[in-house]
Design a protein around this ligand. Structure first.
Ligand code: SF4
Length: 263
C-alpha cells in the first residue's frame, strides 16, 4: 500500500496549506503550520521559473520568522539600530541564505569588494579567533547598521540580547561571559532553521553550515546557485561549521520524513 496521497487528499491539503501559510508558526503547537511551510519551500526550491529559488525561499521563510517573533520579544530586547557589537563574530549560514544575500547585493561593487577583502582576512579563523580578531562584518554600513537588514540571515535574526552591557563584555572586552537572550526567540530561530533544513533534505540539497562571508563570496560567482543545485560542491573552499547538534539533525530528519509523502 502506498503512503502517498490520493488526488482528492492532495487537493484538500493544498487548500488547508493556503490558509496556514501566511500565519505565524506556533512554536510547540499545531505541527500542520510547520508542515505547510516545509511543503511550500519544497515547491519554491523545485520551481524552474525562478532565476533564484534560494532568494524566493529565503524571502518567504524570513517573512514568517519576523511574523512569528512576538511583539513582546521585540519590546524587551536591548538591540537597536546602530548597535552592532555582535557583528564582529563568525556567523553560520546555509547555502540558500548565501545565494539570497548575494542576489541582494549583486549590484553593489563596493560591498562585494569589502566581502572579498574580509574573506581573505578571516578565512580559516576559528570562532574564538574570529571574536578576538575584531573584524567587522563587511555588510555593516557607516551608521553601524546592517545594510542587508531585510535579508539578514537566520543566525543574525536570532541574535537578540536582553542586556547591552553583556554584549560589550563579550564582544568588545572579550570576556568569556554569556549573553542573556529571549528564549522564545531562540526557539523561533531554531524552528525556522529546521523548516528550511527539512525542505532542503526533501529536495536532496546538503544542509551544511558555512561561514557567512566566505559563503557569500562564493555565492557571488557566476552561476553559483545553478551549479550548486546541480550537485557541484561550489562551497569547497569555505569554512564549514560542523557543530550542529545531533538532536537538531534528528528533528529535521523527523520533519522531512513526516512531510515526504505529501510533496
Ligand atoms: S549580516 Fe548584518 S546583522 Fe549579520 S553580522 Fe553582518 S551586519 Fe551584522
Amino acid at each position: 500500500m502506498s503512503d502517498r496521497l490520493s488526488r482528492p487528499e492532495r487537493r484538500a491539503l493544498v487548500r488547508e496549506d493556503e490558509g496556514l501559510l501566511s500565519m505565524p508558526v506556533n512554536i510547540g503547537g499545531d505541527s500542520r503550520r510547520v508542515e505547510a511551510q516545509i511543503r511550500h519551500l519544497v515547491g519554491l526550491f523545485r520551481s524552474d521559473r525562478s532565476a533564484s529559488p534560494s532568494s524566493d525561499v529565503m524571502a518567504h521563510i524570513l517573512g514568517i520568522f519576523d511574523k512569528t517573533t512576538p511583539v513582546s520579544t521585540n519590546a524587551k530586547v536591548a538591540c537597536k539600530r546602530g548597535c552592532a557589537h555582535c557583528c564582529y563574530q563568525r556567523v553560520t549560514i546555509l547555502a540558500p541564505e548565501a545565494f539570497a544575500i548575494a542576489n541582494y547585493i549583486r549590484s553593489d561593487k563596493d560591498k562585494i569588494a569589502a566581502i572579498i577583502q574580509t574573506h581573505q582576512q578571516t578565512k580559516g579563523l576559528s570562532e574564538e579567533q574570529r571574536r578576538h580578531a575584531r573584524v567587522p562584518c563587511p555588510l555593516l554600513n557607516e551608521a553601524a547598521a546592517c545594510s542587508i537588514y531585510a535579508m539578514r540571515p537566520t543566525g543574525c535574526r536570532g541574535a537578540m540580547s536582553l542586556d547591552v552591557n553583556a554584549c560589550i563584555a563579550a564582544y568588545v572586552d572579550l570576556k568569556n561571559t554569556g549573553i542573556p537572550m529571549p528564549i522564545d526567540h531562540i526557539k523561533t530561530m531554531n524552528v525556522m532553521r529546521m523548516i528550511l533544513s527539512a525542505a532542503m533534505t526533501l529536495v536532496q540539497l546538503p544542509i551544511t553550515g558555512f561561514e557567512l562571508i566566505g559563503a557569500v563570496a562564493v555565492a557571488l560567482s557566476e552561476n553559483a546557485e545553478q551549479r550548486w543545485r546541480s550537485g557541484e560542491n561550489v562551497f569547497a573552499s569555505v569554512d564549514v561549521d560542523s557543530s550542529t547538534p545531533p538532536v537538531f539533525l534528528a528533528q529535521v530528519d523527523g520533519m522531512a520524513r513526516r512531510v515526504a509523502p505529501t510533496v
